[in-house]
Design a protein around this ligand. Structure first.
Ligand code: G3I
Length: 342
């Protein structure tokens, strides 16, 4: 937590980590970070089964871990189109339930979940990823049934349940042009209706070269201009060749495992360690420059082995996106970032 005077430094924790089994890992988390986010265990489809029954085991152990180590805690996430059962939205015959019925389910969900941890979680990612890659509103079940109200109502309910919680909208690719502007438009529209929102989460799943930090800086400034506190909520740097901008001929094999798309299975060469360190240094320079606007920078994981990027979008890849390696050791990137504070 070297950036105390700038912003919180966070990490997403998977359920295994919060069981406090490995004392070395728990000590590392408590020393290096002062904020935590649950990677999966507070998502609708993980917390509840298709019948709506709750299983609190992992969510409770997350909160107990944070309490024990005196960490700031962020809830993730109340309303998202992904990791949620279809049964929430549909009747047995496959038709959609009514807007009123879905509104009732949303109320019950947010009241129960945010209510249970009221006073413990400092902030919530209330709505996650409502803008589509086509820059229109994402065509999710939520949006199909409730329109904009799914966002407006989620924030309003969360604010009623826990009036002291910092409420955020969270999305990916909004550190670049296109989705940034679409998101600003959406937020302006909802703020005009009086929606209680306090923060904006830029997930920050970035590449080793893209987007350029100048783009990221533009987003920080633009979102702060809306009167929102800015958070980097899921930061990591993908070091592998991207499969999103493959030549047309190769697009159909995008999700197939190919060795040439996974070149560092035996370790990350020094040249790439340097590149990663430089990328992180550039990112943190911008964060520090704008620390009057930024509340928190959270990494999406602690050590490289646990990163979702080892399996996305192709299972079985070996990736190196974080500051700590597979042996829990700080990488060059870690030292380069910390040097900025010296
Ligand atoms: O726990 C099960 C295991 O029992 C089963 O054998 C295995 C087989 O697939 O799956 C395991 O669940 C996986 C889970 O992660 C826990 O590892 C799910 O399949 C997998 O889909 C899930 O992925 C998570 C993903 O969200 C789901 O969309 C990633 O861990 C998590 O890092 C990722 O996080 C998201 C944020 O919430 C929102 N922003 C993007 C970010 C990255 O995709």
């Amino acid at each position: 937590a070297a950036f105390q005077d700038n912003f919180l430094i966070g990490a997403a924790l998977n359920a295994g980590l919060t069981q406090d089994k490995d004392p070395r890992m728990s000590a590392l988390i408590a020393k290096e970070f002062n904020s935590i986010t649950p990677e999966n265990c507070m998502k609708w489809g993980v917390l509840r089964d298709a019948q709506g029954q709750w299983n609190w085991t992992d969510a409770d152990s997350f909160v107990n871990f944070g309490t024990k180590h005196k960490l700031h805690m962020v809830g993730h996430t109340l309303v998202w189109h992904s990791q949620i059962q279809d049964e929430v939205f549909k009747n047995a015959d496959g038709s959609y339930i009514s807007k009123a019925a879905l509104q009732k389910k949303m109320e019950e969900h947010i009241t129960t979940l945010a209510g249970r941890y009221k006073g413990k979680l400092a902030a919530w990612d209330v709505v996650n990823e409502a803008v589509g890659d086509d820059l229109k509103m994402r065509d999710s079940h939520w949006y199909q049934i409730m329109g904009d109200d799914f966002i407006y109502n989620a924030f309003s309910i969360a604010n009623e349940v826990d009036p002291k919680a910092h409420l955020m909208y969270n999305d990916y690719n909004i550190e670049r042009t296109g989705k940034r502007e679409a998101t600003i438009e959406m937020l302006k529209r909802l703020k005009k209706r009086g929606m209680p929102i306090h923060g904006l989460g830029i997930q920050g799943h970035v590449g080793i070269d893209t987007p350029p930090v100048a783009e990221i800086e533009k987003s920080i400034i633009a979102f702060a201009k809306l009167g929102l506190r800015v958070h980097f909520t899921e930061l990591d740097v993908d070091v592998l060749p991207s499969v999103w901008d493959l030549p047309v001929a190769e697009v159909s094999t995008r999700f197939e495992y190919k060795p040439e798309r996974d070149p560092y299975t035996k370790g990350l060469p020094q040249e790439m360690q340097d590149k990663l360190a430089k990328r992180y240094e550039d990112l943190f320079k911008v964060f520090i420059k704008h620390s009057d606007k930024i509340d928190r920078v959270t990494f999406w994981g602690v050590t490289d082995d646990a990163s979702w990027l080892n399996g996305f979008p192709i299972p079985g890849r070996t990736n190196y996106p974080l500051l700590f390696d597979r042996q829990l050791q700080p990488k060059d990137a870690y030292f380069r970032v910390l040097d900025l504070k010296r």
